[in-house]
Structures are given as C-alpha cells and as structure tokens.
Write a protein that binds this ligand. Structure first.
Ligand SMILES: Cc1cc2nc3c(=O)[nH]c(=O)nc-3n(C[C@H](O)[C@H](O)[C@H](O)COP(=O)(O)OP(=O)(O)OC[C@H]3O[C@@H](n4cnc5c(N)ncnc54)[C@H](O)[C@@H]3O)c2cc1C
Length: 436
C-alpha cells in the first residue's frame, strides 16, 4: 500500500478517525506530509448524541459522517477502511486487514469500548452505548419492550417488559434514563391501547455514592432530583451482581426487566497487545508529557486510549478525562508536535485545558459544571444544545442541517422510531460490534 510517488515525504499514520484522530488529521491537511488515516468504520461518529439514536430522537445518519467526504479536499490525506490488528514497532509498520501500512510517525487514537469487568455473558443482555450498532440495538430493545407489553399474557410479564434498568450513573446512564422516561411519558403516551406507557419503570443503578461523580456535589444532587421528578428510580451505592435474560440482581434484590442497558464500564481494547506493553487501568496506555510512548518518540497515543497525567486535575495521580474536548486537544497537539519535529523545532509538553462537564436530563433540564460558572435546568439545557451545535459544526459545515437537527429535537418529532432486525425473537438479539 506504499505510494512510491510520495515516498520521500514523512509518512504519518493515524489509527482511528474519532475525535482525536480527526483533529490530528485536520492539522496535517495541506502540509508537506503524507497521512494515512485508518478506521474500521467508514464514518466519524459523534458519540455524545448516541443516546438520542438509542431513544429514537435521531437517526444514525444524523450523527455520523463519511470520513472520506470530510477529507475530500485534503489531497495529502488518504483514508483507508480497514481494521488494525497489530503494530510492528521494529519495522515501523501498522498491520491491518488490508495489509501493512508503513509509518515514520504513528498516532494511535482507537478510542475505548464497553467493559463488563470479566462478565462475558452480560453484553448480550445489557448492550452498552458505544457504536451505532449498540444504539440501534438499544433502540430496538426499548421499542420492542413496549410492543411486547401491549400483548403480554399477564401482569407480571407486562411489568417486566415495562421495566428499564440502566447500569451506571455517569453521563451516559443519566442521559439514557432521562430520555427513556420522557419517551415513555411523552412521545409514546397515546400510542398504545392495552398499556399506559407512562407506567414504565425506569431504574438507574450506580455503584458509587452519587450519580455524575465528575460533577460537584450540588449538581449531582440536582441531577438526581431532576431524574426523580421525571419518574426515574435512582439507586446509588448499589452494585450489579447479575444480569440475565429475565432481568438483573442489584444490591441483593432481583428486578425483573426486559431491557437492561450498560453504561458502567469503559475499556480500551487491543492497544496494549499491539504495543506489547502493560496497560494502565481500563486498558489505557501510559504516555509521557509529549504523549509519546516511552522509548518510542515516533509513536503517540491520544484520546480515550491514552492515560495522560493531569497534574492540575482532581486528586492525586489524576489523568485527563475520557471526553471529546480532551481527545481533540491531544489530536491537535500531537499533529503540531510532529510537524515541529519534522522541521527540527522543539515543542512544549501537552497541557490539558479542562472546559467542564455537562449532562442532559430529559428535554428540559441539564447540569453544566464549568470552571467559572454552574448552570442547571432550562438554561443549562440550552447551553448544552448550543455547545453541541458548536461541536457539530466542527465536523460538518452545513449549519442549516444542524439547525434542522436542533429543530427536530425541540419539536419532539420522533422520526426514528424504527424497530430494525428480527421482531419475533423471544429475547432481543444483539449484533456484536463492541467486541473489538
Ligand atoms: C454514549 C457516549 C456519550 C458521550 N458523551 C460525551 C459528551 O457528552 N461529551 C464529551 O466530551 N464526551 C462524551 N463522550 C466521550 C467521547 O465520545 C470520547 O471521549 C471520544 O470519542 C474519544 O475520542 P477518541 O478519538 O479517543 O476515540 P473515538 O472517538 O472513540 O474514535 C476511535 C476510532 O477508532 C476506530 N477504531 C477502533 N479500533 C480500531 C481498529 N482496530 N482499527 C481501525 N480503527 C479502529 C473507531 O472505529 C473510531 O472511529 C461520550 C461517549 C459515549 C460512548
């Protein structure tokens, strides 16, 4: 796969066209380097809005863009659809399903997937929310549960079908819980004859002492109250003990539930094996202050796949959080650092600028925790919406399309209430894209 015409220019390979990889590739556009951007998917996915696909607010195509079209005008960036399977550090080559790709500088930005803490039987019963397939599987499970409740033979089964358990009280769990509660209480409220969707039980289970632990105590308490106002049952300090086809066992209690959603664990898959190194917690790869690997100044790891020290962060040994702005900052930084290295200039260590944390709670509320101010309720929701539009514009320039998205969201047009795949299985089936 080597292009002999440009063999003299430095070869940069980027693994992953997520937030980090995309930001890096953009910096290289038009520069005197040849970039190969490898991704196992042909699209960049805006993960923060996956929960809206899972709850039928948006279609997958609303939050995913073909990587090729993003770099249409960047002649020095080649996009390869292929799965990375290994890295040969000695010969400086990335092994992919499409053959080897040589590099002078390598940026690893392959992100994170779901982690089930060794419970290999749980993913099939409790899909996570990391990919489009995850989101459409969850959407299917949720919508099927209402359908099955409508035709359930007895009250116990109806109750089980109308019980939705979300494991994990981080932003994904909180956003999912709020969105399912609103789906049941507003969008579906008048669509059924035998059941009242408003009677759905939405249960959020968090092992730690409070939900949204990355936010301040008062915002976390606010979020809990706001969820409870929407009818969500919130259990904190409660560990999940088992998940099977019939429901979950949490904190010693059995909850019969047809739909269980996993938002509790994040893990980096494959990267440590590729580099033959011992990973940090969650499979992340420890990098130095310049985001390079020890002993390998030509290899950089960024985004969710990297464990980057954050001296200004909360607590001892804090690391940069696994959020999109961090991946973007790191992507930009490593691209600039590589260009500096190529032209023989020094570069400063990476310094993370933390903008804050935000999470929505249904359509009318959110919590925003920024350095300078905090917001709750409706103003926070607007802040969240505008922040996401700003972010989305970074991916796709067509602002009219973005405004349309916002309008769709505001007007509650649940345009994506489709159950795809088999609808006659006894239990929702799951395609397994998250097993990377
Ligand atoms: C449901 C959800 C909600 C979130 N909400 C927010 C939010 O509101 N705000 C926020 O800031 N952050 C949020 N995040 C976190 C944010 O999405 C991540 O921090 C960010 O995507 C990390 O960027 P990345 O570039 O490291 O990885 P990713 O964006 O995950 O990209 C990794 C890329 O690598 C590719 N890849 C992986 N393995 C291979 C392989 N073997 N071969 C080839 N390609 C490969 C993948 O296909 C993918 O395109 C959310 C995440 C999720 C899952």
């Amino acid at each position: 796969m080597t292009d002999t015409a440009t063999a003299a220019r430095p070869k940069i390979v980027i693994i992953g066209a997520g937030f980090g990889g995309l930001a890096a590739a953009r910096e290289f556009a038009g520069k005197p380097v040849d970039v190969t951007l490898i991704d196992k998917r042909n699209y960049h996915l805006f993960q923060p809005l996956l929960y809206q696909v899972a709850t039928a607010d948006l279609s997958p195509a609303d939050i995913a863009w073909p990587i090729r079209s993003i770099f249409r005008d960047a002649a020095n960036i080649r996009v390869v659809l292929g799965k990375v399977t290994g890295i040969d550090e000695a010969s400086q080559s990335v092994e992919t399903s499409e053959g080897p790709v040589p590099y002078d500088h390598l940026i690893i930005a392959n992100g994170a997937g779901n982690a089930y803490f060794g419970h290999d039987d749980w993913p099939v019963h409790a899909p996570g929310l990391k990919t489009v397939v995850d989101a459409t599987t969850v959407r299917r499970n949720i919508l099927l549960a209402f359908e099955r409740a409508e035709t359930a033979a007895d009250e116990a089964e109806r109750h089980r079908q109308l019980t939705f358990v979300i494991i994990g009280g981080g932003p994904t769990g909180v956003e999912m819980a709020g969105a399912i509660a609103e789906l049941a209480r507003v969008a579906l409220a008048r669509d059924f004859r035998q059941i009242d969707p408003r009677a759905a039980n939405v249960v959020l289970v968090e092992g730690g002492p409070r939900i949204l632990p990355a936010l301040s105590d008062d915002l976390s308490a606010y979020a809990r109250q706001a969820l409870e106002k929407l009818g969500v049952e919130v259990h904190t300090g409660t560990m999940v003990e088992n998940i099977d086809a019939e429901g979950v066992t949490v904190g010693g209690a059995r909850i019969p539930a047809a739909t269980v959603i996993w938002g509790a664990g994040v893990g980096v898959h494959g990267t440590a094996e590729w580099l033959d190194t011992k990973p940090e917690r969650g499979g992340r790869i420890a990098v130095g202050a310049d985001l390079t690997l020890p002993d390998h100044p030509e290899i950089r790891v960024i985004g969710d796949a990297a464990a980057v020290a954050w001296p200004q962060g909360p607590g001892e040994n804090a690391t940069v959080p696994g959020i999109a702005p961090a991946a973007k900052q790191e992507g930009k930084y490593v691209a600039k650092a590589i260009l500096a290295t190529i032209s023989g200039k020094p570069s400063k260590p990476f310094k993370y600028r933390h903008a804050g944390n935000l999470a929505t709670i249904g359509r009318h509320s959110a919590v925003v925790d920024l350095d300078r101010f905090k917001l709750t309720g409706w103003p926070a929701w607007w802040f969240w919406g505008l922040a996401h539009i700003y972010f989305l514009i970074g991916v796709r320039a067509a602002s009219l399309v973005l405004l349309q998205w916002f309008w769709t969201y505001l007007t509650r047009r649940k345009g994506a209430r489709l159950i795809t795949g088999v609808t006659t299985e006894a239990h929702p089936v799951r395609e397994s894209e998250t097993k990377r």
